[in-house]
Design a protein around this ligand. Structure first.
Ligand SMILES: [Cu+2]
Length: 99
């Protein structure tokens, strides 16, 4: 009985994580410059469908939601990120190093 409950809980969390990753597709990019004090990062990035950027290899400056996000990355790193259009321009909502 206890085992059955554990299996149910596990499948619920699996469904939840699959849904989350489908909603926000990560974009591949490469860090060109990090400006932690300004809370900005320059990325060369692949197409971002949700922002109508179909071009590959575009380099641009992004604001970040939280400048602490910039501590995890440095120029030259290959990264995956998500971005959204906010009131102050396009903002990175998530960034992680890609393996
Ligand atoms: Cu762009």
């Amino acid at each position: 009985m206890k085992n059955r409950l554990a299996i149910v809980a596990l499948s619920v969390s699996l469904i939840a994580s699959t849904t989350a990753s489908a909603q926000e597709a990560m974009v591949n990019g490469e860090v060109k410059k990090v400006d932690e004090s300004a809370g900005k990062i320059t990325l060369k990035h692949g197409p971002i469908k949700s922002l109508d950027m179909d071009e590959d290899g575009m380099t641009m400056v992004f604001r970040v939601k939280d400048s602490a996000m910039l501590k995890q990355v440095k120029a030259g790193d290959k990264v995956k990120f998500t971005a959204e259009r906010g009131s102050e321009g396009i903002t990175l909502t998530k960034i992680e190093k890609s393996k």
